[in-house]
Design a protein around this ligand. Structure first.
Ligand code: GAP
Length: 430
């Protein structure tokens, strides 16, 4: 875990928020490589939902909504609160489910009885701060989908069953954010809400469970690192009739990365009752099967799963034989950098010139890096460490033959390709 966190920082994936001021309450910023990877994850999810299926449409609702939404959804009442205990001595707060015995995990002090702590983040809209202007940052993106159910249904002339997909920020005032970007107070969710007839809900629940597991497997997550846990009745979220967690084997244990929920008619019937708007379809409230995953949390899982260490000098440089080499074996569609262009040596202007030409050809089409410092072995290792899929090397032979070598990250096989064909070649491979 320490190695992955340090690599994430060192190589520009994730930085602590407001770091020059000492950081800020478990918020994180995504660096140049992190944002590329996040975009790749979001694209993979969006394409999966909207391109693979005919009956799913997208939405981008506002983060700020009427507080009535949160009243109706049950998030302001007991439903969306964690049990909290507080240390008498150091006043540290913990979630009740994290406590093994009645002692403080920080100082060993005595813990005061539990109480409920609501996780909604408060804010004020307008120039006056009072009850009338109080609202909340959304704690789950899907509420924006439910309140737009009728708008989408009518404008897109849809028939049940159909889905609405959305990606966006969500906020929770978590009592104990922890484990790097696993649990944070600001995060991004990718949620599908699938509206269906009540009697088909079980069938679709099973369908979406399979679809979602396959999504991870197709993006390279190892089968042995994934499992599904049915949520027991007494632990169900307040809106769910049935729920399961897709769990990933993180370095700190098996943890949820995605939830699949049968929300029944909880949301549409509550919003109907509270808003006065009839949200029925052909006389009944559709049931909702939901799949919900954090972008940040899944990025963390993809990062952990891709991380490997190889000893014995994979790249066969003189120094490397003694060192452990680190690699991120990302799926090619998730890798933040697809191609690195590397002139073999730095002191031959003709080689540098050709390498720059290749870089300019590829840069508009692929996420590319150009690197001419250090030995070629070191540069390969630097690229392996961030999971770059292909390294292109321009050498002395390239000057005569107008070609280059393309090196595959995983097999380390090198092949010569004509420069005039390299763009097409990469398009095929990627
Ligand atoms: N709309 C349903 C819903 O929000 P959830 O189980 O509370 O369900 C779904 O959250 C997913 O959102 C989680 O599996 C996780 O990937 C992500 N998530 C939730 N809380 C998070 C947090 N504090 N930090 C990072 N990701 C979080």
């Amino acid at each position: 875990m320490e190695k992955i966190v340090s690599l994430a920082k060192r190589r520009g994936f994730v930085f602590p928020s407001s770091e020059i001021y000492g950081g800020f309450g478990s918020c994180y910023d995504f660096g140049p490589l992190g944002v590329e990877m996040k975009n790749n994850i979001k694209k993979a999810w969006w394409d999966e939902m909207l391109k693979k299926h005919e009956d799913i449409v997208g939405l981008d609702a506002a983060i700020l909504m009427s507080p009535k939404v949160w009243q109706a959804s049950g998030h302001l009442t007991a439903g969306f609160a964690d049990e909290l205990v507080e240390c008498k001595k150091c006043h540290h707060r913990f979630r009740l489910d994290e406590i093994q015995n009645s002692q403080c995990l920080e100082c060993g002090g005595e813990l005061i009885k539990s109480r409920k702590f609501n996780l909604m983040m408060k804010t004020f809209v307008g120039s006056v701060e009072n009850e009338a202007t109080l609202t909340y940052l959304r704690a789950e993106t899907c509420q924006g989908i439910y309140v737009n159910f009728k708008n989408v249904l009518q404008t897109m002339r849809l028939k049940i069953p159909f889905g609405i997909a959305q990606i966006g920020k969500a906020f929770r005032n978590e009592i104990t954010p922890k484990d790097f970007i696993y649990r944070t107070r600001e995060f991004e969710q990718m949620e599908l809400q699938w509206f269906c007839a009540p009697k088909t809900a079980d069938k679709f629940f099973d369908y979406w469970k399979k679809e979602r597991i396959n999504w991870y497997l197709n993006l390279g997550i190892k089968k042995a690192d994934l499992r599904v846990k049915e949520v027991p009745k007494n632990e169900l979220p307040h809106y769910a009739k049935r729920a399961l967690d897709i769990e990933y084997k993180f370095p700190f244990g098996w943890k949820e990365i995605e939830g699949v929920h049968n929300r029944g008619d909880w949301d549409l019937s509550n919003h109907s009752r509270n808003s006065g708007e009839d949200l029925k379809y052909e006389g009944y409230f559709p049931y909702i099967i939901e799949t919900s995953v954090g972008v940040d949390r899944s990025l963390f899982a993809f990062l952990c799963d891709a991380y490997i260490e190889v000893s014995g000098g994979r790249t066969k440089t003189t120094k490397a034989t003694k060192e452990v080499e680190t690699m991120l074996k990302f799926h090619k569609s998730l890798a933040p950098i697809k191609v690195a262009v590397l002139p073999l040596v730095k002191n031959k202007p003709a080689i540098i010139k050709k390498a720059e030409e290749v870089y300019q050809i590829l840069k508009p089409h692929f996420n590319c890096q150009y690197d001419e410092t250090d030995s070629i072995g070191r540069r390969y290792r630097r690229q392996d460490e961030i999971g770059t899929v292909f390294c292109l090397t321009i050498d002395f032979e390239s000057l005569e033959k107008n070609d280059l070598t393309i090196r595959n990250r995983d097999t380390m096989k090198q092949e010569r390709v004509k420069i005039k064909n390299i763009k097409e070649c990469l398009e095929k491979l990627l």
